[in-house]
Ligand binder design. Structure first.
Ligand SMILES: NC(=O)c1ccc[n+]([C@@H]2O[C@H](COP(=O)([O-])OP(=O)(O)OC[C@H]3O[C@@H](n4cnc5c(N)ncnc54)[C@H](O)[C@@H]3O)[C@@H](O)[C@H]2O)c1
Ligand SMILES: O=C[C@H](O)CS(=O)(=O)O
Length: 470
């Protein structure tokens, strides 16, 4: 597949990069290896298209987003298959992600029509004070491999809804889903230059965009390490920033939790996308008096998860994205067991890039898996004696994206949720993410929000207008 700049599919003449199927190692397709020249051409296109796109009414832009939404619905199966082939997640999850990604388009097609300003009572009779909201301008978006559709529409939908134009660099490991989404945007009639996609050298492309003063917003989803680099680069031209970064979610099971629900939701949170999800439960804290009962239920459910190629209907756990990811998970397991943790389920690497869904118990905070984002199918269980201990340990991390809490006591739920230093807290809910709600992290998990009415503010500038009457 080629990439898309100013309404043209180009890149045929460029060197190509292979896109691999992580389940089989086979080459699925190739994409052009773009660089600085293509990155600048994309900004030229977006900058040129901005005035006309911003001048449309929110209703006109909404109609085009709705057409895009309808085409994605129509092509959901094809998109899901493409995602599974390039990212590895089970087809049922890929279909779910397409629907989730499309929900952002639907939500922001409407939300764009509700960008309100305000009037402010003046302190002088000959003045009128107004606040208006205007689109930021050209937006650069850089996205990760683990959610090849949702991480893109979670940015493009609000940006387009308010009149911004965009340049996008998807992960070089999973560019095909992004390119197919943009094919459908073109078919929907979204004008040339409004969406531009470049595949290729991350550093060359992002450096070109960071240094270009015409790019007024950088929105990045990925690791905290890269996010910090981009934050620094964006400061050169004072771009608005949205950073959706790494997570290290605690999942706390209190003594009065519904253990069947807690086990079910812990499996859902931990093993979605094979654990390669920023809001996955990474550390499971269980009240010591119910450790045995919870671990039995949780381990029993984990032992039933089917590992295999994502295109097989019965698969629950697909491959990890690459060899580095496999080695990281196996290192976390090795480190923990060498320090005294016990393998309750799994623990072994299978052929290729597959790892058995793994549960370890007797975990202590000196183990690497309790300090670093594992990003794979490893569930470490550690016990706690008091709620204060659980909260203190849960918060003892530079990350602050998602946290989970299981209790049947409403007062306890509210009080503990308020004490967790995280941007997202699931109470008896392992899957809180939704287009209508603000998704984002505290501390080193990021800046800004995606989703909800908060998510549209990221693409708007506020302007205060003071009128002195004659
Ligand atoms: N908070 C969230 O919403 C969220 C969502 C998904 C993933 N993540 C995080 O992303 C990470 C996994 O994704 P990943 O491996 O793709 O992350 P990554 O940071 O390695 O890459 C993310 C994107 O940045 C690009 N990139 C890599 N190096 C770059 C550089 N030097 N300059 C500019 N761009 C560069 C990559 O090509 C990719 O497109 C995990 O830490 C996960 O927690 C966070
Ligand atoms: O991996 C990160 C995604 O943002 C997770 S979610 O699908 O939005 O919950």
């Amino acid at each position: 597949m080629n990439f898309y700049i100013n309404g043209e599919w180009i890149g045929e003449e460029l060197e190509k990069t292979d896109v691999y199927n992580p389940a089989t190692g086979e080459v699925v397709d190739q994409v052009p290896k773009g660089g600085e020249r293509e990155a600048r051409a994309a900004v030229d296109a977006a900058h040129g298209a901005f005035p006309d796109w911003a001048a449309k009414t929110a209703y006109e832009r909404s109609e085009l987003l709705e057409k895009w939404y309808a085409l994605i619905e129509e092509h959901q199966d094809e998109l899901a298959r493409t995602m599974t082939e390039e990212q590895g997640k089970p087809l049922k999850e890929a279909s779910g992600e397409i629907a989730y990604s499309n929900s952002f388009i639907k939500w922001y097609a409407e939300e764009g029509k509700r960008v309100y300003g305000e009037t402010i009572p003046a302190s002088a009779t000959d003045k009128r004070l107004f606040v208006i909201k205007q689109p930021v301008g050209v937006v650069a978006a850089i996205t990760p491999w683990n959610f090849p559709a949702a991480m893109i529409t979670r940015k493009l939908a609000p940006a387009l809804a308010v009149g911004c134009t965009t340049v996008l660099k998807p992960s070089s490991q999973t560019p095909l889903t992004a390119l197919k989404l943009v094919e459908l945007a073109e078919q929907a009639g979204i004008p040339k230059g409004v969406i531009n996609v470049v595949t290729g050298s991350s550093s060359e492309i992002s450096e070109a965009w960071q240094s270009d003063s015409r790019v007024r917003k950088l929105t990045f989803t990925g690791s905290t390490e890269i996010g910090k680099q981009l934050m620094s680069g964006a400061s050169e031209t004072m771009k608005k920033l949205s950073l959706e970064l790494g997570g290290h979610a605690p999942l706390i099971v209190t003594s009065d939790a519904d253990l069947d629900l807690a086990a079910e939701q812990a499996v859902a949170s931990k093993f979605r996308n094979g654990g390669q999800t920023c809001v996955c439960a990474n550390r499971i804290f269980v009240a010591e008096e119910i450790e045995e009962a919870f671990t039995e239920k949780f381990a029993d459910a984990v032992s039933k998860l089917v590992v295999g190629e994502g295109l097989n209907e019965e698969t629950d756990i697909g491959p990890l994205i690459d060899e580095d990811a496999v080695e990281k998970v196996m290192e976390h397991i090795k480190d923990a067991t060498e320090k005294g943790a016990k393998v309750v389920v799994g623990g072994n690497r299978k052929d290729g890039q597959f790892i058995e869904p793994t549960v370890i118990s007797g975990v202590t905070d000196n183990m690497v898996c309790m300090k670093e984002e594992t990003f794979g199918p490893l569930a470490p269980i550690s016990t706690f004696k008091t709620e204060d201990e659980a909260i203190e340990r849960a918060n003892a991390t530079p990350y602050g994206l998602a946290a989970y809490l299981f209790t049947q006591n409403l007062t306890r739920a509210i009080k503990l949720a308020e004490k967790l230093d995280y941007g997202i807290v699931g109470v008896n809910d392992g899957g809180p993410s939704a287009a209508q709600a603000p998704f984002g992290g505290w501390k080193e998990s990021g800046l800004g929000r995606e989703g909800g009415h908060q998510g549209i503010e990221e693409y708007l500038e506020t302007k205060y207008v003071s009128v002195k009457l004659s």
